[in-house]
Design a protein around this ligand. Structure first.
Ligand code: UD1
Ligand code: CA
Length: 499
């Protein structure tokens, strides 16, 4: 390395100098690559019950921004180390927590009885034995970013510390552990005092312990046995490791992030609402940066994985959930709730639509008040209108069902007109049957189509028909009683009654 340095500083003509410098850099990189890299794991504390939420659901499964708290934390963790080195410490309702997060590929450590954050790390000793350092995250603080975790890790490695904590200045530090530094200018930490144990003077400290740490594994486990549970909750506090390690002449430092929001935890329902609001607003801002118009964003609920192409407009009070995708130049009008649906370009969703698992092709117009259930595929330029419910149907290009219909288990071609009040009778009490309506057919209003049944190409069904048999192409089917007219019936009846 030394040799390369002296070479590069030798005066050489421009081009050659750059080449020599590049060679030196490559050599350094090669040396670095051969140096043993520290083995780093991430442990996520997620075993707690969440007493303050007063819930049947374990705390880390409560959702903010459309995802469970723990899912957010794991998502950040796996961008710092591979999932195989991420260990979620679970305990309260462990199987439920595992089932909800297993898809991430993270590993699990069971903390069968939850005796504090220090105890959580005690039970993880065996799992972490093969690592040099462990980054500890709190499963209830979902705003943490991979960038901040990376900064914390780098600071810890540069400082060669036994324990590094992430801290932040909060305007309102109530409820958090406070950080006591050895001096205001030093990175070194004396101790962390929990809110409950803090003196009046200590409560005035605004620098809080985020609950995120990095530990040198060897030093952590050489000293963790010294933690005591002689406190109000009879718990082993991981925060006490600061004092324990200092007493063992180990280096304990803090790195303060300027992004104080990232450390916020969700201990109460009110805090969960704050976290949710933060994530929703961040999502809306991202969409706006990407060219989407979002009116009155504070009223919109848009999940993290939702995609919307530029020049689409989202009106107030819209919910776009799950894996929904919206194309360009669409307009989603107020009070629509759309989950896991794919919407093409130039689609108009009028107010009050509810859809789940639907696919809508370009230029279609939906609503107001349409209900599209899973498997609804709406063709290009098609229209679905007021109070139309669909389930598992294909509606062809340019077809229209504008009023008051139930269309389920149906294959409907292109250019079809479905009159107001049409119903596909898809269920015979045992199984679901299919209705086929071929291209350019015309279904008169208030018809019932008893499946399985087929209406042929270009065929007409008279209004108020009950169609039980197939209708051939180009035919007219009328399935209703003939009208009877009884002249003078009303006055004759009145006269009879008067007698
Ligand atoms: C903790 C810190 C506090 C810090 C705050 C930041 C301690 C003693 N205090 O307090 O200094 O300011 O986080 O948010 O650590 N957990 C387990 N097993 C247990 C207990 C807890 O896995 O036995 C998990 C919880 O599920 C939670 C996390 O650890 O995800 C933190 O526990 P919590 O009870 O929320 O600690 P705080 O009171 O917030
Ligand atoms: Ca907490």
């Amino acid at each position: 390395m030394k040799k390369a340095k002296s070479k590069s500083s030798r005066p050489v003509p421009g081009g050659r100098k750059i080449a020599v410098q590049k060679m030196a850099e490559q050599k350094i990189a090669a040396v670095m690559a051969r140096m043993p890299q520290p083995r780093i794991a991430i442990a996520i504390m997620a075993a707690g019950k969440g007493t303050r939420l007063k819930s049947q659901l374990p705390k880390v499964l409560h959702e903010v921004g459309g995802k469970a708290l723990l899912e957010h934390v794991i998502a950040a963790a796996v961008r710092v180390v591979p999932a195989a080195h991420v260990y979620a410490i679970i305990g309260h309702d462990a199987e439920r927590v595992r089932a909800a997060t297993e898809y991430t590929g993270s590993k699990y450590v069971l903390q069968a009885d939850q005796r504090g954050t220090g105890h959580a790390l005690m039970v993880a000793q065996e799992a972490l034995a093969g690592y040099d350092h462990v980054i500890v995250l709190s499963g209830d603080a979902p705003l943490i970013t991979p960038e901040t975790i990376g900064h914390l890790r780098n600071f810890h490695l540069e400082e060669q510390a036994a324990m590094t904590l992430l801290t932040a200045d909060l305007d309102n530090p109530t409820g958090y552990g406070r950080v006591l530094r050895t001096s205001s200018r030093s990175a070194e930490v004396q101790a962390i005092v929990e809110e409950k144990a803090a003196s009046a003077a200590q409560k005035k400290i605004h620098e809080i312990n985020s609950g995120f740490y990095v530990f040198a594994v060897k030093e952590l486990y050489a000293n963790i046995g010294k933690l005591s549970n002689a406190n109000v909750h009879s718990e082993y506090y991981l925060t006490d490791m600061a004092e324990v390690l200092r007493a063992a002449r180990q280096r304990v430092v803090a790195w303060k992030t300027a992004n104080a929001n990232e450390v916020l935890g969700g201990n109460t329902r009110a805090e969960l609402a704050d976290l949710d609001h933060y994530l929703r607003m961040a999502k809306c801002r991202q969409l706006m940066d990407d060219g989407v118009t979002v009116f009155y964003p504070a009223t919109c609920v848009i999940d993290a994985d939702v995609q919307i192409a530029p020049d689409s407009v989202i009106e107030p009070y819209v919910q776009l959930l799950g894996k929904t995708r919206v194309g360009t130049a669409c307009r989603v009008r107020s009070y629509s709730v759309i989950r896991d649906s794919e919407i093409g370009d130039g689609v108009i969703i009028r107010p009050g639509c509810v859809m789940e698992g639907a696919r809508i092709a370009n230029g279609a117009v939906i609503g107001p008040y349409s209900h599209l259930r899973p498997g609804s595929e709406i063709g290009e330029g098609a229209h679905l209108g007021n109070f139309v419910e669909t389930k598992k149907i294909k509606l062809g290009r340019g077809s229209k069902a504008n009023h008051l219909s139930y269309l389920g288990d149906a294959e409907i071609g292109a250019g079809v007109n479905i009159g107001a009040g049409t119903i596909t009778c898809n269920y015979d009490g045992i199984r679901k049957n299919t209705t086929v309506i071929a291209d350019h057919a015309f279904i008169g209003s208030d018809s019932t189509l008893v499946a399985p049944v087929r209406v042929g190409k270009g065929a007409y069904v008279g209004a108020a028909s009950c169609i039980t048999d197939d209708v051939p192409d180009d035919a007219l089917a009328i399935g209703r009683a003939r009208q009877v007219v009884k002249e003078g019936w009303v006055s004759a009846r009145k006269a009879a009654k008067a007698k």
